[in-house]
Design a protein around this ligand. Structure first.
Ligand code: BJW
Ligand code: ZN
Length: 259
């Protein structure tokens, strides 16, 4: 395993893989959107929400226990995403797809990959812009976010379903919920057939998504990781690049395109 700083183009073995790879899977987590001002999952537990654990906010049980608390947290986050712009990392990934077969598998519930121009994006954990009824599943059209993206948010009663009066919930995948089946099957298939898996900004702690690098490794694909911190994926990765997505990705894609 190689660990290096800032210049992926200085590591010949990695450079060779980058130039040769045709089917590339980019697997992203919250760190990919951090430089767009979107707090990472754990960092989003600030302000009003700092005293809550993930299982209080991102589970069906937590939502039912205190719907206004959880709904307010998601509305604050939705406003933040709506006000954010893709960063240099998102843009570099989109540019890479002009010369290579690049698919993004993201755990993020934002739409910043799409807004940067990536057309093949698989969302494993849903979307913060989709909403549906907790009880009957009917889709609910969200109005533009009404909360202050710069503020710290507040609790907010969720709207009610027009069909059954059930509570409206965000269309994301919470702990103890299944991932969307079609997206998961596609993600596994892509990892089995990739020439390179690039993991960006994920702690690698949340399963089953965190198992995808293992799928790619078992199929023989080299694994590279971009993250300023050590993660649970370090031991599996062939190349650990310590740095931020926005700084590393433009250089990495420039190096890849030399091939
Ligand atoms: C930067 C950066 C920069 C910062 N540049 N990098 C097998 C083993 C163990 C446990 C389980 C297992 N299978 C299932 C489980 C249970 C559970 C689980 O994994 N628990 C673990 C905590 C142990 N999994 C589930 O419940 C899943 N469902 C499931 O398995 O269904 C079957 C089932 C049914 C019934 C009962 C039981 C099982 C569902 C998981 C859904 C996860 N949902 C969330 C919330 C989505 C909505 C929302 O956003 O609110 O998804 S949780 C949260 O974690 C969110 C994220 O997508 C996900 C991953 O987090 P991510 O992206 O890695 O972010 P962070 O914050 O952890 O890390 C950020 C990283 O970025 C850090 O490393 C930084 O250093 C880095 N960074 N700046 C690059 N500029
Ligand atoms: Zn309903």
């Amino acid at each position: 395993m190689d660990t290096f700083d800032l210049h992926p183009d200085l590591v010949p073995a990695f450079h060779a893989i980058l130039r040769k790879a045709r089917r590339i899977v980019v697997f992203t987590g919250a760190g990919a959107s951090a430089e767009s001002g979107i707090p990472t999952f754990r960092d989003a537990q600030v302000g009003l929400w700092h005293r809550f654990r993930p299982q209080d906010l991102a589970t069906p049980e937590g939502f039912l226990r205190d719907p206004a608390l959880v709904y307010g947290w998601y509305e604050w986050r939705r406003a933040k995403v709506a006000a954010a712009e893709p960063n240099a990392g998102h843009r570099a990934i989109a540019a890479w797809a002009q010369t290579r077969d690049v698919t993004v598998i993201t755990q993020n519930v934002d739409d910043l990959h799409e807004r940067a121009g990536s057309s093949r994006v698989i969302h494993l954990h849903g979307s913060i812009f989709a909403a549906r009824c907790f009880d009957c599943g009917a889709a609910y059209k969200l109005p533009p976010p009404s909360v202050d993206a710069a503020g710290t948010g507040e609790a907010m009663d969720p709207p009610r379903c027009a069909a059954c009066n059930g509570l409206i919930r965000p269309g994301v995948v919470w702990f103890n919920e299944n991932l969307p089946q079609r997206e998961w099957a596609k993600a596994e298939e892509l990892c089995r057939t990739a020439d390179l898996l690039l993991c960006i900004g994920t702690s690698g702690l949340v399963y089953p998504a965190a198992g995808l690098p293992q799928v790619a490794a078992q199929a023989g694909a080299p694994i590279a990781q971009i993250n300023p911190e050590a993660t649970d994926l370090d031991a599996l990765a062939d190349f650990n690049i310590r740095g931020t997505a926005g700084k590393i990705m433009p250089r990495l894609v420039a190096a890849a395109m030399q091939g």
